[in-house]
Write a protein that binds this ligand. Structure first.
Ligand code: HEM
Length: 485
């Protein structure tokens, strides 16, 4: 097997020379997903395979094959967590959310979990979102340089905890968030290793099980706190607890599993989208200026109301383009539930297929200047829902999409109305796909100014230049300071 520590020199498999298949180590995929995705797409186009001895991993990049995989949930199952743990283990319960379910079980649970997130009812969440964003902005000062990555993560943990679980306990939310982060990351690292079964992953396995035990205790603590305060509300956690206590579909494992999945799925994706959008705006003063004028003209109060957000067309295009070029979900996977033909490949039962927003959203045959941030492309461009899919598509499409869009459309204008944001000149901005999500790596420093409409671009360095084509390129490094600018 090829070395795991460095990216291998990939070569076509001789035995399958006709197939769009590349030989390499499967472990290079979780350690540097973007490099592997790009290389396979460049080598083979819209469908590709990576072969490591007897193991194969398949990739669909073009909308046609992505649709084939996502729309056929009977053949292509979800198996988000490779390691389910023993039958009665905390790991088994933590991985008992929607992403581990298929068939009728998935349909039933999805219906239950989706209830509080239907388009018709999410209007009720506008007020708590407005309150939480106001509280956050009230604690910020003009002149400060802040780490947007940490701020948005904390903000979204509070929003998630308040909207989904009816709890406003910031410290508890931050604690569970940090633990979940580590647990999800370990699942991805060790999960792919377990597929190949190397010795180093057996040790990691024990560590994962131990972390799972502590995480489950934290989540149970939150559920008990909720019960002690009366779980009779219409928030998701109350509904799940009521269903559990009445013995309707939800067992102990499902309760913990749904809470773990929802907490993770809701907060990080939305926080990363806010980070990338604000960062992209700091780099595109003209777009920022157009957006600011729209908000200044159409939003009367410090935050937009539900009626106003419907009319914010520049905001809509900016968010749409930001989620195209920096999609919070960089890729996801399915498993062939039975032998199936997929393009030139015959998949064996259990073989994984990856689809990737990161690559599909940059296909030059669909998007002109794919690496540039051009919100105006959406004035005229209309593409297949399998060519633009920040929230996935098909029977497993994100259940939180309408809620996430509402949170983004309230939060972004509120932030921009209160402050002008600038990047810190020469600071390092890096991004990578970690545990399927396109996340900022480390701090994302921004400086806060009066909202004076004087937009300018401070250039930055880091691998962001490899992810997006920014109008001004790199400048020499300067250490960002966390405090007053
Ligand atoms: C910008 C924010 C968000 C993005 C980009 C996003 C993205 C996605 C994507 C791409 C999927 C499909 C994964 C797949 O097909 O394998 C998904 C599924 C899911 N998302 Fe989101 N999501 C966001 C916010 C949320 C929120 C706010 C919630 C909770 C209210 C949520 C809950 C879920 C759940 C439970 C699933 C699994 C659905 C199923 O398997 O049936 N997401 N999300």
């Amino acid at each position: 097997m090829t070395s795991h520590s460095t990216f291998p020199k990939l070569s076509h498999s001789e035995s399958d020379s006709e197939l769009p298949l590349t030989e390499g180590s499967l472990l290079d995929f979780p350690s540097n997903p973007i490099a592997v995705l790009r290389r396979l797409n460049a080598e083979h186009g819209e469908i590709a395979g990576l072969q490591d001895g007897a193991h194969r991993l398949f990739f669909v990049f073009g909308p046609k094959w992505t649709q084939r995989v996502l729309s056929d949930a009977r053949t292509f199952h979800s198996r988000f967590f490779a390691l389910r743990g023993g039958k009665r283990s905390p790991q088994r319960r933590l991985t008992s959310g929607l992403l581990s379910m298929n068939g009728d079980e998935h349909k039933q649970h999805r219906r239950l979990v989706m209830g509080p997130f239907q388009k018709q009812v999410i209007g009720q969440y506008a007020e708590p979102v407005t309150q939480l964003v106001t509280e956050m902005l009230d604690s910020w000062q003009v002149g400060e340089t802040r780490d947007l990555h940490e701020d948005m993560t904390h903000y979204m943990l509070r929003v998630t905890s308040a909207l989904l679980f009816g709890l406003d306990e910031p410290e508890l939310a931050y604690q569970i968030g940090a633990m979940l982060d580590e647990w999800i990351h370990m699942n991805h690292e060790i999960g792919m290793g377990a597929f190949i079964a190397g010795k180093q992953f057996t040790d990691g396995y024990d560590e994962l099980m131990t972390l799972g035990k502590t995480l489950e205790q934290e989540i149970l603590g939150m559920i008990n706190l909720k019960k002690s305060r009366g779980a009779s509300g219409s928030d998701l956690l109350s509904l799940l607890i009521q269903a559990h206590d009445q013995g309707v579909k939800i067992d102990d494992g499902n309760l913990v599993g749904h809470v773990a999945l929802l907490f993770g799925a809701a907060h990080k994706t939305t926080a990363h989208t806010l980070c990338w959008t604000i960062f992209l705006l700091t780099q595109h003063p003209e777009i920022m200026s157009e957006l600011w004028q729209e908000i200044d003209t159409l939003v009367e109060q410090p935050s937009p109301n539900l009626g106003e957000i419907e009319n914010l067309s520049v905001t809509e295009r900016v968010l749409k383009e930001s989620m195209r070029i920096m999609p919070a979900s960089g890729y996801s996977q399915r498993i062939a539930a039975e032998p199936v033909d997929l393009g030139p490949f015959r998949l064996r039962r259990g073989e994984p297929v990856i689809f990737s927003q990161f690559i599909t959203h940059r296909l030059p045959e669909i998007y002109q200047e794919p690496n540039a941030f051009l919100p105006d492309r959406w004035r005229t461009l209309s593409v297949s829902p399998y060519a633009y899919l920040p929230f996935g598509n098909g029977p497993r499409m994100c259940i939180g999409a309408p809620l996430a869009m509402m949170i983004l459309k309230i939060t972004l204008p509120s932030m921009l109305k209160r402050f002008r944001f600038s990047a810190v000149s020469g600071s390092e901005v890096n991004g990578a796909i970690r545990s399927t999500m396109l996340t900022p790596l480390g701090e994302l420093p921004v400086t806060l100014h009066e909202p004076d409409g004087q937009f300018d671009q401070n250039s930055v360095q880091g691998n962001i230049h490899d992810l997006v084509k920014l109008p001004i390129q790199t400048q020499p490094a300067a250490k960002p300071s966390r405090k007053a600018a």
